[in-house]
Ligand binder design. Structure first.
Ligand SMILES: [Fe+2]
Ligand SMILES: [Fe+2]
Ligand SMILES: [Fe+2]
Length: 422
């Protein structure tokens, strides 16, 4: 039986920050490096601890509103002309989670140059956003193929030239003081930045419980799903179906909550899959399918680095494994697949069958039941879980559709509105 869990906040945010940059190796750790530079500059500028935390939390996921890998690479490489959409969506996403809400204004304004703040210099988000503005720019102009200490002079000159126009002179001078230290640059470029921030960075001693973890899971579920109208309610459906099956199976309340969180996160690794593949009209080629398959691996590799979330990582990432060992990416067999993972696997198939896809409509009850029974018979899915689902079909179906309707409403009324605004 699993009891209440606690998670280190720094560990959780750093791993999720890493997940945002899975889009391409060329932008790997962009959020984390921006957060590190923001933290160092904010400390040097002498902001109070709570403002430093707000800046750091804002920087750690600042590009969360750039929904596709394609958009993220464009933004990083200065190709995206309109910067507004990802800032507006990022602010909206941050507001979903009480822990991150205080940083939403920083995310909204992380590309706003100083001269656009004029007249509102006293706004509590003005200088904090400027820190992230500078750190983000600094990270993007750093050439990953050139030794970092050989670039310092050029970067300092470039940032100094923006003082008083794009960036507040006070923030530029704090940066210039930080920039004198070799350790700052070497940490910035270090592949071990994660562990050094985990040990020394903000939130290192802060623990959160299941309730807060659930709200962060909700943010990521929304982020994963709202990329396209075809997936807009998928993780919501999987989370709801998993929770319903876990309850019917006899899981405790805590375990049900953990299964729901696993459902929220199960497709986290899709942050690494290009939209061109995710939204393709028609079956995938072998190469495309190989790329799509990575997602379950990435879900595991991100969640498993969060201490206390090992069980959730397994339940979430094993959703494409099959009891006979023919699933992916681990090819584990029944003896290594726990009940929670069997539940998310069944919930994923069920939800996928009943929802519309780019190339087909959601399926009828008889067809869904037939496919699920066949998958149980072939020893892909656990016959016990499938039986529970078939015996309670209407109940589970209604629950899933009810929650998906709420998510769809939210997507169309709020999120689409943001899209059309921009
Ligand atoms: Fe950005
Ligand atoms: Fe950025
Ligand atoms: Fe999946």
């Amino acid at each position: 039986m699993i009891r209440e869990i606690t998670i280190n906040l720094s560990n959780l945010l750093l791993s999720l920050s890493d997940a945002v940059d899975l889009a391409s190796p060329s932008i790997g750790m962009h959020q984390m490096r921006t957060a590190f530079a923001s933290w160092q500059i904010a400390e040097e500028a002498g902001f109070p601890p709570e403002v430093i935390e707000r800046i750091y939390a804002g920087a750690l996921l600042h590009d969360i509103g750039a929904l596709t890998p394609e958009d993220k690479v464009k933004l990083h490489d200065f190709e995206e002309v309109n910067l507004e959409p990802h800032c507006i969506r990022g602010e909206w996403l941050y507001e979903l989670t009480p822990l991150l809400k205080p940083s939403s204004g920083i995310v909204r304004n992380h590309h706003k140059p100083w001269n656009e703040w004029l007249g509102r210099e006293d706004h509590p988000d003005a200088l904090p956003s400027q820190v992230v503005y500078l750190a983000d720019l600094l990270e993007r102009i750093t050439n990953r193929n050139v030794y970092i200490l050989h670039q310092v002079k050029g970067i300092k000159e470039r940032i100094s030239s923006l003082s008083g126009t794009e960036i507040h002179p006070f923030i530029v001078s704090a940066f210039l003081r930080v920039a004198q230290r070799e350790d700052f640059w070497m940490d910035l470029a270090s592949p071990r930045l994660y562990s050094s921030l985990l040990g020394t960075g903000p939130f290192k001693k802060m623990e959160i419980g299941l309730e807060e973890l659930s709200s962060v899971a909700l943010l990521f579920r929304t982020l994963i799903d709202f990329r396209s109208r075809f997936t807009a309610t998928h993780s919501t459906g999987v989370a709801e179906c998993s929770a319903a099956l876990a309850r019917l199976f006899g899981f405790t309340d805590t375990e049900i909550l953990l299964v729901r969180i696993a459902g929220d996160f199960h497709d986290l690794g899709k942050l690494a899959v290009p939209n061109a593949i995710l939204n393709k009209q028609g079956p995938l080629t072998e190469e495309e399918f190989a790329l799509a398959k990575q997602h379950a691996y990435f879900t595991y590799s991100v969640l498993n680095t969060i201490e206390g979330m090992e069980q959730i990582a397994e339940w979430a990432a094993f959703h494409h494994e099959r009891l006979d060992g023919t699933g992916y990416p681990f090819h584990v067999k029944a003896d290594k697949i726990t009940t929670g993972a069997r539940i998310t696997a069944t919930a994923d198939v069920f939800t996928a069958l009943v929802e519309d896809r780019p190339y087909r409509e959601g399926m009828e009850e008889a067809k869904v039941k037939g496919i699920l029974s066949e998958m149980a018979r072939k020893n892909f899915l656990d016959p016990r879980i499938v039986e529970i689902l078939l015996d309670n079909y209407d109940f589970v179906y209604e629950k899933v559709k009810e929650c998906q309707a709420v998510a769809k409403e939210r997507f169309e009324s709020q999120f689409m509105e943001i899209r059309s605004l921009t």
